[in-house]
Design a protein around this ligand. Structure first.
Ligand code: TYM
Length: 334
């Protein structure tokens, strides 16, 4: 094992193709090389309120998606964030060494809060500090994410550095982002300049991992195109063509330049049909396995309970040492 991986995904709605190609598919392959810890970050999801039943259902659905994608709970720890107290505790410690100015620079907060900044919950502002706590409560060294998480990862490194300088030289590793594969930023099917996202009100903008063959074919058939003949890569002038070629390349596990060269003369409509066939072939088995797993929620809950116990066992000695270094009186001080 060359290091420890930590990564997380929010249980807000189901997962989409961007989550899969940008992150989860890499999580699966990294299990061969690293000690891996994967977390369903329900505390982060709480920054965008949903009703309690939806939270529970989405948490199980994300767990089923991760298991169906190939996360192996015998090798990796798979658990729910709110089941392990270290996350919120370490977040508070980090809150006390993180200047507000660092958080003011976070583009994701600005996007999500929009014009309504004064009414945005404090939790949304603090979101990246909790993310740093997630990673560092396990002293993780590598964090596989999509490109949109780069700035949050830089902040995690800064927070680790700030804590180390104040209390504990070299105690926390500076975690490295792993941004891997052809599709590190999958764009919306309705607008190639916007990221594919769970929060887009239009379900036609994304391929969900639960979509069946008909929904996949329809969404791709209706995906935005342009009026230029043939297909080519040009993120500025042809964002939709670039996005569909990138998705194809990632699903086919081929370099995107090769896919673009092979389809220079293909029309959008024909390419969309080929992409739909490929997507159904690559995603169909996963959707079926998710449905099978979701029919037995007790089994999912048992996997998550076991994961939480193993996660707690990793954090406990780390948190004991953090409390001691800060100067808190602990039972260990005697
Ligand atoms: P979330 O749930 O929004 O996204 C989960 C993962 O999916 C990636 N992703 C994408 N990749 C490519 N194209 C897209 N359109 C796309 N949309 C999402 C994200 O980059 C992410 O890797 N803040 C995290 C959750 C988190 C976390 C952590 C991650 C909480 N604590 C600790 C790593 C380490 C997030 O955005 O999740």
């Amino acid at each position: 094992m060359t290091g420890r991986i930590f990564s997380g995904v929010q249980p807000t709605h189901g997962l989409h193709l961007g989550n899969y190609l940008g992150a989860i598919r890499n999580w699966v392959t990294l299990q061969d090389e690293y000690d891996c810890i994967y977390c369903i970050v329900d505390l982060h999801a709480l920054t965008q309120m949903q009703d309690p039943e939806a939270m529970r259902a989405n948490t199980r659905e994300v767990a089923a998606a991760l298991l169906a994608a190939g996360i192996d709970p015998a090798r990796s720890i798979l658990f729910v964030q709110s089941n392990v107290q270290a996350h919120t505790e370490l977040c508070w410690f980090f809150n006390c060494v993180t200047p507000m100015g660092w958080l003011n620079r976070m583009t994701q907060f600005k996007e999500k809060a929009g014009k309504n900044r004064e009414n945005a919950p404090v939790g949304l502002f603090d979101y990246p500090v909790l993310q740093a706590a997630d990673i560092l409560a396990y002293k993780a060294t590598h964090v596989p994410v999509g490109e949109d998480q780069k700035q949050h990862l830089e902040l995690s490194r800064d927070i680790a550095g700030a804590f180390n300088r104040k209390f504990a030289d070299g105690f926390f590793p500076l975690p490295e982002p792993l941004i891997l594969g052809e599709a590190t930023r999958v764009m919306s099917l309705r607008d190639g300049t916007k990221k594919m996202s769970k929060s887009d009100p239009s379900d036609m903008s994304r391929l969900n991992l639960t979509d069946g063959p008909d929904a996949i074919a329809l969404k791709l058939q209706k995906a935005k195109s342009d009026s230029i003949d043939g297909l080519s890569l040009d993120a500025e002038q042809r964002p939709e063509a670039t996005n569909l070629l990138t998705i194809y390349a990632a699903l086919a596990e081929r370099p995107v330049a090769d896919v673009a060269a092979a389809h220079a003369g293909t029309q959008f409509s024909s390419f969309k049909r080929q992409l739909a066939d490929l997507a159904v072939e690559r995603l169909g088995a996963m959707a079926a396995e998710m449905r099978r797993l979701l029919a037995d929620p007790g089994q999912i809950d048992a996997v998550l309970a076991d994961g939480a116990e193993r996660a707690r066992a990793v954090t406990e000695p780390i948190m004991d040492e953090v409390r001691e270094r800060i100067g808190f009186l602990t039972p260990r001080c005697g």
